[in-house]
Design a protein around this ligand. Structure first.
Ligand code: SAM
Length: 288
């Protein structure tokens, strides 16, 4: 494993932007590398200085903090960018990985445009932690952050997500959980899902079930704490109609040798390539 050129024990940090992931609940999840960067940064761009002060206290250090949000006045970001020429600027959010439903994107964008070095110090992220707990497919997933709170906008956003063949990961708050599970059920059907809560804290839990079962479970009392909803991808796509398969085969045979055409259609549809080859032969026979 390589050691970063910017991370030599107690040495002064090279100037640049350091994106530092911090715990999402359990302070023990702060990596030694993240702690080392925070202890040596010239300045830390923070969401809330009270929250970050507690973290710095935990590692026994005090640093200058500058409040930063992507909607901060332009001069705040311009000041941070100017500092990058000579200073090590760390970026943290209140919890987890900066930029993930948190401030930082515009700062990284502008730092990159100005040609400053940018280093990321990876660590906790509630979305990924929830995915590992949910017991749902992990090979393709889509992180959709927070859905809009208003009913119509939420339903529209869910309709857009409906066709995506991937596990969905959503952030949500306890008071809105029931409404969101109900809207997900209405828009996506009764897919399998999991509600993960308070990850890495004492009351961590992951409750699995279909969306209707989960909506019923949380109907009466909103759960406390921080929540990630994970929803299974849609079921397997229905097999294509025979006419569609024939059209695909005719098109492929016009461009490719018979075996390659059958292979290409098999890949596109998931159908058996020998059966497709036989069908392609039959189609050719019927036009000769
Ligand atoms: N940047 C953070 C990250 O990397 O996960 C996310 C910040 S976002 C403003 C906060 C949301 O993340 C919460 O409302 C909740 O949905 C989720 N979250 C954060 N910590 C969590 C935890 N310990 N357990 C479950 N969800 C959590």
């Amino acid at each position: 494993m390589n050691q970063s050129p910017t991370n030599h024990g107690d040495a002064r940090l090279d100037p640049g932007l350091y994106i530092v992931a911090t715990p999402i609940g359990n302070l023990g999840d702060l990596s030694p590398r993240a702690a080392g960067i925070l202890a040596r940064a010239d300045v830390i761009a923070v969401e809330d200085s009270r929250v970050t002060a507690k973290l710095l206290n935990h590692i026994g250090t005090k640093r200058r903090m500058i409040p930063y949000h992507d909607h901060s006045a332009d001069h705040v970001r311009a000041d941070l960018i100017a500092r990058l020429a000579t200073q090590a600027v760390a970026l943290v959010s209140d919890a987890g990985t900066p930029l993930i439903s948190d401030p930082g994107y515009k700062l990284v964008r502008d730092a990159r445009a100005a040609g400053h070095p940018i280093v990321t110090i990876p660590g906790p992220c509630a979305a990924i932690a929830a995915l590992t707990l949910a017991g749902l497919p992990t090979d393709r997933f889509l992180f959709a952050g927070f859905l809009p709170p208003k009913d119509k906008a939420k339903a529209d956003a869910i309709a857009e997500l409906g066709a995506i063949r991937a596990t969905l990961i959503l952030y949500e708050s306890g008071p809105r959980l029931h409404a969101t599970l109900t809207a997900l059920h209405a828009g996506l059907g009764d897919r399998d899902a999991a509600v993960t809560r308070e990850i890495s804290k004492s009351y961590e839990e992951a409750v699995g079930g279909t969306l209707s079962v989960l909506a019923a479970r949380y109907a009466d009392a909103p759960p406390r704490g921080e929540i990630v909803i994970v929803v299974a991808p849609p079921g397997a796509a229905p097999p294509p109609e025979a006419d569609t398969v024939d059209a695909l085969l005719r098109d492929a045979v016009a461009r490719l040798p018979m075996a390659k055409a059958a292979n290409a259609v098999a890949k596109a549809t998931g159908l058996d390539k020998r059966e497709l080859y036989a069908r392609a032969l039959a189609l050719r026979g019927s036009v000769e």
